[in-house]
Design a protein around this ligand. Structure first.
Ligand code: MN
Length: 455
């Protein structure tokens, strides 16, 4: 694994940015995620920053002041910093930032004028999408999710024969990837005919859903025709963010045969505003999900010792929902689910390797979605489609999949939900915890659903 645990992960490391030392803050000095911020000053531009505590550090100001290695200065963007520089420099930048922000380092702490330019108070509304997405691919890497969904549509044959051999994915749409906080218009589209041979319905989506996913941002691409090997796959990743792959289930059900999702998915996908780097995630690596004895092993091009031992990442992911009425009445969002990214059947390295095995060129800034993160229990289901479904193929004894029979979620206001209603806000959180290390978080990925445009 190219990501080593070093002094930047020391749990005792504290910062002179006081808010970073609050154990509840997602952004201690051990995290240092990248983001892009719109500066609403005379320059009116977007610049790259690193978040620490409740502040943002403007990286190019530090570079200009000579506090970062000359090799690392110049036009900074989180992605450029990774794409255009030797891989090893990423760890170097992290070490330099960590040192500058640590309690005992006076270079920035005691330079009031520089600090005034380099450190700004966070206003989340000024954050923009943290990378410039060129392409977007979404995978389907949770066996639990695939089995749940497959059981609804094909009770006798939930998993198609390719599932355990190929990381299944589809090409999504990069233009509709939006920043957390962007409100989403309910999509309009075609729905399956209610009787065989009938005409399809048309109108606002009736079964609107979210999908709790993590995204990996490609840091360095590959040449067309030159696949990325599993041994090198990790070095091509820059970092991760939370991803909400909004899904119109009724549109999806009608259109997905035979070429997969199309308009059911591409109306919007929301990302959280920070790229938590692969370096920051080093302490939270874990073994890849162990396959059942009867499962096929991946083909050799997707197998390596390092991937088996540390290809997984222990990230807790949580989903919350607040209806408009709940917000009006000052109620806290209600918790819907908690799952863990380490339960994915395929690792990020396998997805990236498989994506390029045919010679497809990935590019810096590409977003690869993991697919909905679900676990073996009902509380760990990462979409409404699964949460409100009465079947449970993982229960012991298994509950036979009764078609698509559903029990609604009851909100504290008494409102009921089988899918998402207009005015609902979906809030996703993710964080890493491990004994002996500081907890680090990904911030939040939020979106409110607005009514469909009038037809
Ligand atoms: Mn998805």
């Amino acid at each position: 694994m190219p990501y080593a645990i070093d002094e930047t992960h020391d749990q005792n490391l504290m910062s002179w940015v006081e808010s970073a030392n609050d154990p509840k803050n997602d952004f201690p000095i051990q995290n240092l995620p990248w983001c892009q911020v719109f500066l609403d000053d005379e320059d009116q531009c977007v610049v790259t920053a690193v978040r620490i505590g409740n502040s943002l550090v403007l990286v190019d100001v530090l570079a200009y002041a000579g506090l970062l290695d000359e090799a690392n200065s110049g036009e900074f963007s989180a992605v450029d910093a990774c794409d255009e520089q030797p891989f090893e420099d990423r760890a170097k930048i992290r070490k330099q930032l960590s040192k500058l922000l640590s309690k005992d380092c006076s270079d920035l702490r005691d330079n009031a004028e520089l600090r005034q330019h380099a450190i700004i108070e966070l206003d989340e509304k000024d954050l923009v999408i943290p990378f410039f997405p060129g392409d977007y691919t979404d995978f389907y890497a949770s066996l639990f999710h695939a089995t749940n969904v497959g059981s609804m549509f094909r009770p006798d044959n939930p998993l198609l024969p390719n599932y355990k051999h190929i990381p299944i994915g589809y090409h999504g749409r990069a233009s509709s990837i939006v920043q957390s906080g962007t409100s989403i218009k309910r999509p309009v589209g075609q729905q399956a005919p209610t009787e065989e041979g009938g005409s399809p319905g048309f109108g606002p989506c009736k079964l609107l859903d979210y999908e709790m996913e993590m995204g990996v941002i490609v840091g360095r691409g590959n040449e067309l025709g030159e696949p990325i090997s599993i041994e090198n796959a990790e070095e091509h990743m820059l970092g991760m963010c939370i991803l909400n792959d909004w899904s119109a289930r009724d549109l999806q059900k009608w259109e997905y045969v035979p070429l997969g999702p199309f308009l059911a998915k591409n109306f919007a996908s929301t990302v959280s505003p920070y790229i938590v780097t692969m370096e920051a995630l080093a302490p939270f690596r874990c073994a890849a999900q162990e396959r059942d004895a009867g499962d096929p092993q991946p083909l050799a091009y997707m197998e390596s010792d390092a991937n088996r031992k540390a290809g997984g990442i222990d990230i807790k992911v949580e989903v919350y929902l607040a209806s408009a009425k709940m917000r009006d009445e000052g109620m806290e969002p209600v918790h819907l689910s908690t799952a863990n990214f380490k339960d994915m059947y395929w690792t990020l390295a396998q997805m990236l390797t498989h994506h390029s095995v045919n010679g497809c060129n990935l590019q810096a800034g590409d977003l690869l979605g993991s697919g909905t993160i679900s676990g073996p229990t009902r509380e760990a289901r990462g979409s409404m489609l699964e949460l409100t479904w009465d079947g449970d193929p993982f229960a012991n004894p298994p509950v036979p999949a009764p078609g698509t029979q559903r029990t609604p979620i009851v909100l504290p206001t008494g409102e009921e939900r089988k899918f998402i209603a207009d005015g609902d806000e979906v809030i996703m959180k993710a964080y890493c915890e491990r004994e002996g290390y500081r907890r680090i978080g990904f911030g939040e990925c939020r979106g409110i659903i607005e009514p469909a445009r009038t037809l």
